[in-house]
Design a protein around this ligand. Structure first.
Ligand code: ADP
Ligand code: ZN
Length: 807
């Protein structure tokens, strides 16, 4: 009896987490394994789709007619046993489809490309055969799709049942191959051959000697040519004579940068006392397989990286592997440089700005055990490392670790799962830990390790707060205080550099009084209201409350209440007027869209080709320019006043981080924060570099307002092209939830989403806050599955298990 494969299929319109059963043809019964990609027929038509085998059943007494697997795309699983289990858990945990979790784990090259083929199945006219099909049996539909006349004729042929549409899945994973030279004779036989050629055939003689020297091993032809100085023609002759074989050898595309060899590797530094303590604790845990995570809270410059690297070395020593996540691509070059410097070829890099081929090749080096240390951005958490012993998440507070698209996973959470599975140690590192992590450490769920001092004992930079309210009263609309301009001019004159950050978190606009800094807030939610230009109202994105746009400030009765929002381009123009002699590099999404621009601009700034680096948040992290002595934050408020309960936390983190950019080397650093809210606690405590007090203050506020981490939150969204349908769906879901949830659970909404209409769809949302609700998960899973049923047709429902924002 044939075996049965359970397959998760890739059909976007028919998303489901249930595998489909296919018969395994006998010829493959010993080959097919869970984790392999396959092509299977699906639906009624001639449709082939890609899928993943997730299970192989023993021969069953299945009664009905099973269709056989179409073809195998792999000879070995691309998803190993651990990741297969993880994908299933993740689909459930993040309310996403299993197929999207599987795809999240493998390089894009392994996502099969679907081609739509038009194939002739019955006699067509000569004219059609020639004009449409160029006298072939089939064509790729995409080649003619743009030609309406041809499309029309194809449609007609289809109605006449003379042609069919077929879907073919094309494997996009291509290993790079180069030509190799393989000696095929033994030493003595080569000597025999030598007798057969003329004494003065020097090239051939040399070739034979060379082949003998290889001792049977294969070399790249290019290398062989270089080593011997022999021509390609000589090697061709050798092949013809049967002295050698040409073979294809697989090579890896390696991402840029020099990889040091074993002799050039950096030596571990002698740790200071705080570092030693942290390292000892982590090291012991690696040895014991202790899976309780560590929170390493260390001020900027306390030497966390060295602790990470020595911990990685410890894991390697124990025959294990290590994984390190960094929040952003722009940070990776420096980290990659350091890790490669210490671990050389054992390091693999995974992030999205690699080319598809590079990514696939790095992934294979990991899968094959040739790289034992992985550094990368969020999705590197799925690196197929075996014997994982250590997972490090640097800057663990970064919102980037949460994927905002399906599957909406939080890399920290996945790290803990893998830690448990592998008995590996998880280390979360930050100067400003997330409230979630810090509170877990507080109650003993995590080990807390603290490093309070900078390695070089330099103090953290002095920070000055500039109150912008009197400035705009005196000078009208401006993004620059005279104080900041005079400091910039001073640095310019000394030949020192400055960094200016324009805080542009979020995309919505709010209304603020320029006299008193007052921001209109929701009466129910203590969260700022968002300006909706379309409806001319202020709206709460949290509970749906709405009110008119105020004309005078409700607080000071001033008339300078206005729409707030600014852009780097506008600021750059102002700067040009105020400091015409300054050379400015502008860095934002517009100027860094092209690949490699980010690195290039930073390199130019590093070479002092500009005096001022002006940018958005992207310049706050990790930059290390010794000549930078001044950091200016143009508007600390933009982040603060977003309708977001994490706004203060993000503002504090951002200010702490950007402050760390000043005075890295011997020259002391200075930081200026411009704000309309100079007495706001997040800004004042950032000025004082006081994380602990910020933590205590913010936790208190969260407690009183019932926000995370005191509550968990889930956000549910429904969207449809027709507003009424979307609204009906969300109301129905709300009713379904309300009657079944635990009494302590709070349901907020339904309310329209801030950008209520996106891509021609209307969005409504519900936010659920809960502490302990045994039925919620099951209930939400059911809600998600109802989405597949007819009465909810075309309504898209998404559930975010850990929303970063409630808007
Ligand atoms: P963090 O990541 O905590 O902000 P870094 O890892 O960037 O700090 O370390 C700051 C600087 O201190 C780096 O230049 C690093 O090389 C150096 N450093 C770290 N540990 C030591 C040590 N034990 N001895 C000497 N220098 C060190
Ligand atoms: Zn509200």
């Amino acid at each position: 009896m044939a075996r049965v494969a359970q397959v998760i299929v890739d059909v976007p319109t028919m998303q489901t987490n249930h595998p489909y059963s296919y018969e395994v043809p006998d010829k493959w019964s010993d080959i097919v394994q869970p984790g392999m990609r396959v092509v299977v027929p699906f639906g009624n038509g001639h449709r082939n789709v890609q899928g993943f085998v997730v299970n192989i059943d023993q021969p069953t007494h299945y009664q009905g007619q099973l269709r056989p697997l179409g073809s195998l795309m792999d000879m070995e699983p691309v998803i190993n046993e651990e990741l297969l289990k993880l994908s299933q858990w993740m689909a459930d945990d993040t309310y996403s489809f299993w197929i999207s979790c599987l795809y999240a784990m493998i390089p894009a090259a392994l996502k099969g490309k679907t081609r739509r083929i038009v194939r002739i199945v019955d006699e067509v006219s000569e004219k059609d055969a020639e004009e449409i099909f160029h006298n072939l049996d089939e064509i790729d539909f995409s080649e003619v799709a743009a030609n309406p006349e041809i499309v029309q004729r194809i449609r007609q042929l289809r109605r006449q049942k003379k042609v069919v549409f077929e879907y073919q899945v094309e494997n996009q994973a291509h290993a790079k191959k180069i030509t190799g030279i393989k000696p095929v004779l033994d030493f003595g036989r080569y000597e025999d051959e030598r007798q057969g050629i003329a004494k003065n055939a020097h090239a051939q003689n040399r070739l034979i000697s060379y082949l003998q020297s290889l001792n049977g091993s294969t070399v790249a032809q290019q290398k062989a040519e270089k080593q011997t100085g022999l021509s390609a023609a000589t090697f061709r002759l050798g092949e013809k004579r049967g002295w050698l074989q040409k073979v294809q050898i697989e090579t890896y595309r390696r991402p840029g940068g020099k990889i040091p060899n074993d002799k050039e590797l950096t030596k571990p530094l002698h740790l200071n006392e705080e570092q030693q303590k942290a390292f000892d604790a982590i090291s012991q845990a690696i040895q014991d397989g202790d899976t309780k995570p560590f929170l390493l809270e260390g001020v900027t410059g306390s030497g966390k990286t060295e602790v990470y690297m020595q911990s990685i070395a410890k894991a390697l020593e124990q025959g294990k592997t290590a994984l390190m996540l960094v929040p952003e691509i722009s940070l990776t070059p420096q980290m990659v440089h350091q890790l490669r410097g210490r671990f050389g070829h054992r390091v693999a890099i995974l992030h999205s700005s690699l080319s598809r081929g590079e990514r696939y090749d790095e992934w294979r080096r990991i899968e094959r055990g040739e790289a034992q240390v992985v550094v990368g951005a969020r999705s590197a958490i799925f690196a197929p490392l075996h014997h994982l012993g250590l997972i490090i998440i640097d800057e663990e507070h970064e919102p980037n670790y949460k994927q905002e698209d399906t599957p909406r996973y939080q890399a920290r959470r996945v790290a803990k799962w893998r830690g448990q599975y592998n008995q590996a140690v998880v280390v979360l590192g930050s100067a400003t830990p997330s409230l979630e992590s810090r509170s877990r450490a507080h109650v003993g769920v995590y080990h807390l390790l603290r490093m309070r001092h900078r390695v070089n004992h330099h103090p953290l930079p002095r920070t000055e707060i500039v109150d912008m309210r009197p400035v705009v009263q005196r000078e009208g609309e401006t993004d620059f205080s005279p104080r900041l301009i005079s400091l910039l001019a001073d640095r310019l004159q000394k030949g020192e550099q400055s960094i200016l950050m324009l805080n542009r978190r979020g995309f919505s606009s709010f209304v603020m009084c320029r006299d008193c800094g007052f921001v209109l807030k929701c009466s129910n939610c203590d969260i700022s209201l968002t300006l909706h230009m379309a409806s001319h109202t202020m709206r709460c994105h949290y509970c749906g409350h709405e009110e008119p746009i105020p004309r005078i400030c409700p607080h000071c009765h001033g008339h300078k209440i206005r729409y707030y929002g600014t852009g780097t381009e506008k600021v750059a123009t102002q700067l040009e007027r105020l400091l015409p002699q300054a050379r400015v590099i502008r860095m934002d999404v517009d100027t860094t869209r092209r690949k490699g621009m980010h690195e290039r601009l930073l390199k130019e700034f590093g070479e002092h080709k500009a005096d001022i680096l002006l940018g958005t948040q992207m310049i706050a992290k990790g930059l290390d320019f010794p000549n930078v002595t001044l950091v200016g934050v143009l508007n600390a408020d933009t982040g603060l006043d977003l309708p977001d309960f994490r706004a203060s936390e993000h503002t504090f983190d951002l200010l702490a981080q950007v402050s760390g950019r000043a005075g890295r080397a011997d020259k002391a650093g200075y930081v200026v924060i411009q704000t309309f809210n100079p007495t706001n606690y997040a800004i004042e405590l950032a000025q004082a570099h006081d994380y602990e007090r910020f933590f205590a203050t913010e936790m208190n506020l969260r407690y009183r307002a019932g926000y995370p981490p005191y509550y968990y939150a889930v956000k549910l969204m429904a969207s449809h092209e027709d507003q009424a349908v979307a609204l009906r769906a969300i109301n129905k879901i709300a009713k379904q939830l309300q009657t079944n949830l635990a009494p302590s659970t709070v349901v907020l909404g339904p309310s329209p989403r801030p950008i209520a209409r996106m891509k021609r769809r209307y969005y409504y949302q519900i936010v659920i806050k809960y502490k302990n609700d045994p039925v919620l998960h099951q209930l939400l899973t059911e809600v998600l599955n109802t989405n597949q049923q007819k009465n909810f047709r075309d309504v898209q429902i998404t559930i975010d298990p850990d929303p970063q924002y409630f808007m």
